[in-house]
Design a protein around this ligand. Structure first.
Ligand code: ARG
Length: 463
């Protein structure tokens, strides 16, 4: 096949490393965006009188035929054609003849690849957002369905204070809220159109880049052609947003691994999302959650790889930029699949309220005793000290909070009034935390309402 740029070369030009330099195996995935860009560009060339109406009709008809070939699944992607842009052009010229070569008037592959990527990012960010809406909805539905369950909240992975299970679930939902916000920002920044930037400096042809931008659903032409063809910020934005989501998913997955262990026993993952061991018959491994946690590594790696690729590049298109698409596609595919599988895991797991309640009963309650003392005027620091000493004595004598009757308390520390022991109740401890964003049921209900509002605005395509 003659190269599109073959005029300047002998027959062996570029042949030495065709497989190494081709992006076609990867960027063939951009064909829908590439065809959309080419159609808009062809129509614009006609409107501007650069091509005749007949030429535009011929080219559009040819692009339809190329699309039919692509959707039939019969397309053969010969890597000597380098990339999807040259592949489409060569198929077009094969079908409609030399007039197909007029499509490249006033554009370059450098603005072509950039506009394809902008379109892909806008769409992929929307898809990821929709997937996150489903995951958040699953978390919120569980929180609504299981409102009163008390579990220990942890700091340093030590039992800290009782919280509601629903409150714990919502903490994750708010992380995914921020992720959706990042995706919306990504979309907003990606909505300029590089098409018309041409190779790097714009074009002498009287094109209308505003019109092509509007045709493609993008707000405006990108303001500087050199920047438009050199930067990949919209890809970094999406790959970063994806990395944050992957980190959040990994933290959720990690807790489910812990909570489903025999030691915690707070949740049981549905059989469909667990797997057995080929040697230890009793095992029920939380492999789906483990793998979600594991995959965050490569998603973070994609971000680092992309940033390192970009950091030393001079302005203008450089072939280093060909490395961007694998990082982009891998992030989009991995994060989307992880979000989907975690949505199902969250929906189908069962909780073990008695195990959670049991764990919430012990020393996780004694902050409330210190708070009760300080509410009676004892400086909090002193109250903390007294209760700490009480815990130390109880531990030494093998006593738990359940053993702490007024008589026992009178023996261990007569300065603490016995009636304060009423605060050592997980339900009461939770009810008491009514400060903004707290775990009290009415605060959790507010959090659910806020999430519901945001989810319905998001599902409606708003914001
Ligand atoms: N295939 C290239 C990419 O993936 C686009 C073409 C860029 N132009 C060039 N002269 N090589 O980024």
């Amino acid at each position: 096949m003659t190269k599109a740029w073959g005029g300047r070369f002998g027959p062996e030009g570029g042949r030495g490393a065709e497989a190494f330099t081709a992006t076609l195996p990867v960027d063939q995935r951009l064909w829908p965006q590439d065809l959309a860009g080419s159609r808009a560009h062809a129509r614009m060339l006609g409107r501007q009188g650069i091509l005749t109406p007949e030429e535009v009709e011929t080219i559009l008809g040819g692009l339809d035929a190329v699309e039919a070939e692509l959707t039939s699944g019969q397309a053969v992607f010969d890597p000597s054609l380098e990339d999807i842009h040259l592949w489409v052009e060569s198929r077009l010229i094969e079908r409609v003849g030399a007039v197909g070569g007029k499509l490249h008037t006033g554009r370059s592959r450098n603005d072509q690849v950039a506009v394809d990527e902008h379109l892909f990012v806008v769409e992929a960010a929307g898809d990821l957002e929709a997937a996150l809406i489903r995951l958040e909805t699953a978390l919120v539905e569980r929180a609504e369905r299981e409102p009163g369950l008390v579990m220990p909240g942890y700091t340093h992975l030590q039992r800290a204070q009782p919280v509601l299970w629903s409150f714990h679930l919502l903490a994750f939902a708010f992380m995914f809220e921020r992720d959706r916000d990042r995706l919306r920002e990504t979309r907003r920044r990606a909505t300029c159109s590089p098409l018309g930037a041409a190779a790097l400096a714009g074009t002498p042809h009287p094109i209308d880049a505003h019109w092509t931008a509007a045709q493609l659903g993008l707000a405006i032409p990108c303001p500087n052609a050199l920047d438009a063809t050199s930067n990949r910020d919209e890809i970094v934005d999406l790959v970063y947003a994806g990395a944050m989501t992957a980190v959040h998913l990994s933290r959720l997955a990690d807790e489910l691994v812990l909570f489903s262990s025999e030691e915690f026993g707070f949740v049981v993952l549905d059989e469909a999302y667990a797997r057995g061991s080929s040697i230890m018959p009793q095992k029920r491994n939380p492999e789906t959650a483990e793998l979600v946690r594991g995959k965050s590594g490569r998603v973070i790696g994609n971000l680092v790889a992309l940033l390192v690729t970009l950091k030393g590049l001079p302005l203008g298109y450089q072939s280093d930029l060909m490395e961007d698409k694998e990082r982009l596609f891998d992030t989009v595919d991995t994060v989307k699949a992880s979000v989907q599988v975690m949505t199902d895991v969250v929906r189908t797991l069962t909780v073990r309220p008695e195990r959670m309640a049991q764990a919430a009963r012990g020393f996780a309650l004694v902050t409330d005793l210190a708070d009760a003392l300080s509410a009676r005027g004892v400086p909090f620091r002193e109250a903390h000290h007294r209760v700490g000493a009480l815990v130390r004595r109880m531990e030494a004598q093998g006593l738990t909070v359940e053993d702490l009757t007024p008589e026992v308390l009178a023996r261990l520390d007569p300065s603490i009034p016995g009636e304060l022991l009423a605060v050592l109740d997980p339900g009461r401890a939770v009810q008491a935390r009514r400060s903004a964003g707290g775990t009290a049921p009415e605060r959790v209900a507010e959090q659910i309402a806020a999430l519901r509002r945001s989810l319905s605005a998001g599902a409606g395509g708003g914001a």
